[in-house]
Design a protein around this ligand. Structure first.
Ligand code: SF4
Length: 292
């Protein structure tokens, strides 16, 4: 399905992301879709660096930079304050990294989801604390090199998509910058739904932390989808699963071969990741009510 992304100029060029950064690309798609009647909440992260210090903000909307653990609580408070003043139209979006979502901000996120706060929460997932030098987060996949797991991470990636779906929120989706129409459509859907927390986790390959070429972000994220490492799907009310883009015959070996964070792996270790990906897909596949 194709979705047209109009340039709204909510996100300026000239920001301080690394050249080729997928997070900057994601921000452009997300903010163009949400439009100017939006308030963003951003915790410490590469997103905070990209959005910039005042008065040099790259976002032409109000941006509140909160603490790492409080994105969802801050967004919920802002939304409630707007509503109490009679403003029911402004969208409030928290845009956090995986460290601020899977780990440090998770308590506030889970609480806001359970309370049914009327906010959009978007996690830009680059699978590590890239802003502070590529340490592992609980979003880091099995066996990946980070500066705090130099021999490879020994535990699997936390499945935040399924954890959030289990909260029975009105909308949960996975997306990535390699499929921009799909990403924009999901952001539009999250904006359209009123009431309850809407959550999107967006895989955003990191040039520096993953060890990929400046131009390789979109291709790498497509390989993540096509290999089954990161299927794209959406879940409404925790029950209605729809597959958008799933595995299409690409091996995990093809996915990891272009990334320096996996270059220490033996053939046998790549095979272990393949088996983990296959098991995860088998568990997920049975939940889809329809396929795109
Ligand atoms: S460190 Fe990674 S995520 Fe952060 S700005 Fe650079 S490429 Fe983007």
């Amino acid at each position: 399905m194709s979705y047209k992304i109009e340039e709204q100029k909510v996100f300026n060029s000239g920001h301080s992301a690394c050249p080729g950064c997928s997070e900057a690309l994601a921000l452009r798609f997300i903010l163009n879709t949400l439009g100017s009647d939006t308030i963003a909440v951003v915790p410490p992260s590469c997103i905070a660096i990209i959005s910039g210090p005042q008065p040099l903000s790259s976002m032409r909307i109000p941006v509140y930079q909160t603490t790492l653990e409080a994105s969802a609580a801050s967004a919920a408070g802002i939304k409630r304050a707007l509503v109490s003043k009679g403003n029911h139209h402004t969208s409030v979006v928290a845009i956090a990294g995986d460290g601020g979502t899977y780990d440090i901000g998770f308590q506030a996120l889970s609480g806001a989801a359970e309370r049914g706060e009327d906010i959009i929460y978007i996690c830009l997932d680059n699978e590590g604390y890239m802003n502070t030098g590529s340490q592992k987060s609980s979003a880091t996949p099995s066996l990946a090199y980070t500066t705090s797991t130099p021999a490879g991470k020994l535990t699997p990636k936390k499945n935040v998509a399924e954890i959030m779906a289990a909260h029975k929120i009105p909308y949960m989706a996975t997306a990535t910058t390699g499929y921009p129409d799909d990403l924009a459509r999901k952001v539009a859907r999250a904006k359209e739904i009123k009431g309850g927390l809407r959550f999107i986790v967006v895989l955003t390959p990191c040039i520096d932390g993953w060890g990929i070429a400046d131009k390789a972000g979109p291709r790498t994220s497509r390989l993540a989808v096509e290999s089954g490492v990161f299927p794209l799907y959406e879940v409404e009310n925790g029950e209605n699963y729809t597959l958008n883009h799933g595995p299409s015959g690409i091996s995990v070996a093809d996915y990891v071969s272009g990334q320096k964070r996996f270059r220490h792996l033996s053939v046998g270790e790549v095979d272990l990741i393949q088996k983990e990906v296959d098991r995860n897909w088998e568990r997920l596949e049975v939940k889809f009510c329809s396929e795109a």
